[in-house]
Design a protein around this ligand. Structure first.
Ligand code: SF4
Length: 107
Protein backbone atom coordinates (compact mmCIF):
# COMPACT_ATOMS: atom_id res chain seq x y z
CA UNK A 1 0.00 0.00 0.00
CA UNK A 2 1.44 3.38 -0.95
CA UNK A 3 1.89 6.11 1.65
CA UNK A 4 -0.95 8.12 0.08
CA UNK A 5 -3.31 5.14 0.03
CA UNK A 6 -2.37 4.29 3.62
CA UNK A 7 -2.97 7.90 4.69
CA UNK A 8 -6.37 7.93 2.95
CA UNK A 9 -7.25 4.60 4.58
CA UNK A 10 -6.37 5.96 8.02
CA UNK A 11 -8.42 9.11 7.38
CA UNK A 12 -11.47 7.11 6.28
CA UNK A 13 -11.09 4.77 9.25
CA UNK A 14 -11.06 7.76 11.62
CA UNK A 15 -14.27 9.05 10.04
CA UNK A 16 -15.89 5.62 10.38
CA UNK A 17 -14.90 5.37 14.06
CA UNK A 18 -16.22 8.89 14.72
CA UNK A 19 -19.51 7.94 13.08
CA UNK A 20 -19.78 4.79 15.18
CA UNK A 21 -19.11 6.75 18.36
CA UNK A 22 -21.78 9.27 17.39
CA UNK A 23 -24.46 6.56 16.92
CA UNK A 24 -25.52 6.38 20.58
CA UNK A 25 -26.23 10.11 20.45
CA UNK A 26 -28.46 9.68 17.42
CA UNK A 27 -30.38 6.93 19.20
CA UNK A 28 -31.38 9.44 21.84
CA UNK A 29 -33.55 11.06 19.18
CA UNK A 30 -35.30 7.86 18.12
CA UNK A 31 -38.59 9.08 19.60
CA UNK A 32 -38.49 12.02 17.20
CA UNK A 33 -38.56 9.82 14.09
CA UNK A 34 -41.84 9.64 12.17
CA UNK A 35 -43.61 6.32 12.57
CA UNK A 36 -43.49 3.95 9.63
CA UNK A 37 -46.94 3.73 8.07
CA UNK A 38 -48.34 0.29 7.32
CA UNK A 39 -49.47 1.56 3.91
CA UNK A 40 -45.97 2.80 3.03
CA UNK A 41 -44.91 1.10 -0.22
CA UNK A 42 -41.71 -0.34 1.26
CA UNK A 43 -43.54 -1.44 4.41
CA UNK A 44 -46.13 -3.18 2.28
CA UNK A 45 -43.44 -4.96 0.28
CA UNK A 46 -41.97 -6.26 3.54
CA UNK A 47 -45.43 -7.11 4.96
CA UNK A 48 -44.79 -4.78 7.89
CA UNK A 49 -47.46 -4.51 10.57
CA UNK A 50 -47.59 -2.54 13.83
CA UNK A 51 -48.88 -5.66 15.60
CA UNK A 52 -47.02 -8.96 15.16
CA UNK A 53 -49.89 -10.87 16.78
CA UNK A 54 -51.95 -10.28 13.62
CA UNK A 55 -49.50 -12.33 11.52
CA UNK A 56 -50.29 -16.00 10.97
CA UNK A 57 -47.09 -17.86 11.99
CA UNK A 58 -47.68 -20.31 9.14
CA UNK A 59 -47.09 -17.49 6.63
CA UNK A 60 -43.66 -16.57 8.01
CA UNK A 61 -40.50 -17.82 6.30
CA UNK A 62 -38.62 -18.04 9.62
CA UNK A 63 -40.15 -20.61 12.00
CA UNK A 64 -39.00 -18.96 15.25
CA UNK A 65 -41.98 -18.77 17.60
CA UNK A 66 -41.64 -15.33 19.16
CA UNK A 67 -41.11 -12.68 16.47
CA UNK A 68 -41.50 -8.96 17.09
CA UNK A 69 -39.47 -5.95 16.09
CA UNK A 70 -38.23 -5.74 19.69
CA UNK A 71 -36.41 -9.08 19.38
CA UNK A 72 -35.26 -8.64 15.76
CA UNK A 73 -31.56 -8.34 14.98
CA UNK A 74 -32.23 -5.27 12.84
CA UNK A 75 -33.89 -3.15 15.52
CA UNK A 76 -32.00 -0.17 16.88
CA UNK A 77 -32.52 2.22 19.75
CA UNK A 78 -33.15 1.24 23.33
CA UNK A 79 -34.96 -1.71 24.85
CA UNK A 80 -38.33 -0.74 26.28
CA UNK A 81 -39.06 2.02 23.76
CA UNK A 82 -42.44 1.66 22.04
CA UNK A 83 -41.14 2.97 18.70
CA UNK A 84 -37.58 2.32 17.56
CA UNK A 85 -35.39 2.81 14.49
CA UNK A 86 -34.87 -0.16 12.17
CA UNK A 87 -32.02 -0.76 9.74
CA UNK A 88 -34.49 -1.72 7.00
CA UNK A 89 -36.52 1.49 7.23
CA UNK A 90 -34.03 4.34 7.68
CA UNK A 91 -35.47 7.60 8.96
CA UNK A 92 -38.61 5.94 10.33
CA UNK A 93 -39.50 4.28 13.62
CA UNK A 94 -41.17 0.88 13.78
CA UNK A 95 -43.41 -0.42 16.56
CA UNK A 96 -41.56 -2.59 19.09
CA UNK A 97 -44.48 -5.04 18.94
CA UNK A 98 -44.50 -4.90 15.13
CA UNK A 99 -43.11 -7.33 12.59
CA UNK A 100 -42.02 -7.63 8.97
CA UNK A 101 -40.92 -10.47 6.69
CA UNK A 102 -37.25 -9.50 7.11
CA UNK A 103 -37.32 -10.44 10.80
CA UNK A 104 -34.08 -12.14 11.91
CA UNK A 105 -33.12 -13.51 15.32
CA UNK A 106 -30.58 -11.71 17.45
CA UNK A 107 -27.38 -13.72 17.88
FE1 SF4 B 1 -39.20 -5.04 12.67
FE2 SF4 B 1 -36.98 -6.43 12.14
FE3 SF4 B 1 -38.73 -5.92 10.20
FE4 SF4 B 1 -37.26 -3.96 11.21
S1 SF4 B 1 -36.49 -5.73 10.07
S2 SF4 B 1 -39.47 -3.87 10.78
S3 SF4 B 1 -37.13 -4.54 13.37
S4 SF4 B 1 -39.08 -7.20 12.03
Amino acid sequence: MSKIARRKFIQLSAVAVAGALASPGRRAFAQDLPHLAEDDAMAGAMKYTHDASTVDPATRANPAADQTCANCALIQGNDGEEWRPCQIFPGKAVAAKGWCSVWAPKV
